[in-house]
Design a protein around this ligand. Sequence first.
Ligand SMILES: *Cc1c(COP(=O)(O)O)cnc(C)c1O
Ligand code: SF4
Length: 338
Amino acid sequence: MINYLYQEQNWQSQLSNLITDPQELLNVLDLSQDQLLSGAILASEQFKLRVPRAFVNKMQSGNALDPLLLQVLPHHLELEEHTGFVTDPLGEEAANQLPGVLHKYKSRFLLTLTGACAIHCRYCFRRHFPYQENLPKNEDWLNIKQYLEHQPDVNEVILSGGDPLTLSNRKLALWIERLESLEQIKILRIHSRVPIVIPERLDEDLISLLKNSRLRIILVVHSNHAQELDAHTCSKLFRLVSENITVLNQAVLLKGVNDSAQALIDLSYRLFDARVMPYYLHVLDKVKGAHHFDLEADQIDKIYTEVLASLPGYLVPKLVREIAGEKNKTPLYGNPTL
Ligand SMILES: *Cc1c(COP(=O)(O)O)cnc(C)c1O
Ligand code: SF4
């Protein structure tokens, strides 16, 4: 392990001091530059490498197949074209009603306040999504408010991304206050990978902001492997749970990263150490550039069957696929061909 002094730094400086150069990443991990075929450099130009040093610190030095490294290192295979792998697999562009808004599910309304992420995950289904043209500005709030008032079934707003926890507490507070002013909204959900990759983001200001809201707050973090959840990260997550904030995890099933029952079992138990409950296990969205993370349906079925047989029911994440146009995530167990 490499010993950075990153834990001394606040989250803002960590966020402004990411590794974005593939060669630097390999150097830091004592890995040979031979890993980087020219295609990988091209891939990193299409979707930039971005990884916090605190996350790199959880990687194993000298291991080119480290499950955390594989999630972020640009790969020449990303340039391959594969049938069925497209730029907008979830049809989000079609579902876009107002800037920053995705309303596909009856009671839940998804709000994107930033296109920025602290980390770029190579398998991300949003890697081609045109965020920057599509963010709500302050003056859009009135339109969003009006829209919500005409959708009385909506009782939950999900801040998603991009990653909403790359925003300042001040900006978050402003949006939370706006949402609190709508009586119909009871639940605020925050989807974020930042607590896993920069645990310092869960600072006291954020905690007090969340625990003092009249909304029920749910934080859904995104961790794919137990190695991402070291003692420090777990203690930060546990701190939130101890303030009565519900914390759930979603993971993506990824070839080479967590494609074994044992990896998923370890992940669930580690999450539970921090009192974080496993929520979803997503199969890969068929996004262009991510084909090399894809698994065959029968492999998925075999892995998941073993997970089901090994874990208590409350630690089994729901295996789901998102299908464009569906009114909910589609459960996959027993239906591996979906
Ligand atoms: C996944 C998703 C949600 C939340 O779905 P849950 O099943 O409640 O977690 C809401 N809106 C959109 C557009 C989504 O993709
Ligand atoms: S949206 Fe989530 S999965 Fe996609 S790059 Fe950002 S942190 Fe990673």
